[in-house]
Design a protein. Structure first.
Length: 177
């Protein structure tokens, strides 16, 4: 015979800390936090049925061709207002892997490039050494000068680490939107 018991007004409050005393996971009632906004930056928070992820301040690039750093990519949003066609080169795979502590094969991060041009200037994404692109490399402005087409003016990419061993690092960039 089984008996069902009902627990009302359960309050759960606890946390898991790393060896330096930084909170890794905390639970307080209906809120679950993964990360620590004070020391490592809030990673994920589940509260009232919604998962929230912290967003770092975006990276605003100058109007020039440039090589992106992994730190810029980690912000998740990169903007540029080009006055001519521009090329943004991604970091080498070795630099990308070095930009993470303990990155593992098949782990991935997403980032967005926003082309804020008011004219028909295209931003082209180029691969750094050890990188492969799957999909379109061009990020068009939101509309061209003759107004014959309109796009979102942005592109979403996912960088997937395919090899993280020293001297053989590799990543694949997927254009997802």
């Amino acid at each position: 015979m089984s008996t069902t018991h009902t627990i009302e007004n359960l309050k759960l409050s606890s946390s898991l800390k790393d060896s330096n005393g930084n909170t890794i996971i905390s639970v307080d009632g209906s809120t679950i936090v993964i990360g620590d906004s004070a020391s490592t930056g809030l990673v994920l928070r589940y509260n009232s049925g919604v998962t929230c992820k912290s967003q770092l301040a975006h990276t605003a690039l100058s109007d020039t061709d440039s090589t992106l750093t992994i730190s810029q990519i980690k912000t998740g949003i990169i903007t540029i207002t080009p006055s001519a066609n521009r090329t943004l080169t991604l970091p080498t795979s070795a630099d990308a892997v070095a930009g993470f502590s303990g990155i593992k094969v098949d782990e991935a991060i997403k980032f967005i490039i926003i082309n804020k041009a008011s004219s028909n200037y295209i931003v082209t994404i180029a691969m750094g050494s050890g990188g492969t692109l799957e999909g379109n490399s061009e990020v068009n402005p939101k509309e061209n000068t003759t107004n014959t087409y309109k796009t979102s003016g942005s592109a979403t990419f996912k960088i997937c680490f395919r090899n993280v061993s020293s001297s053989t690092e590799a990543y694949t960039i997927y254009r997802t939107a």
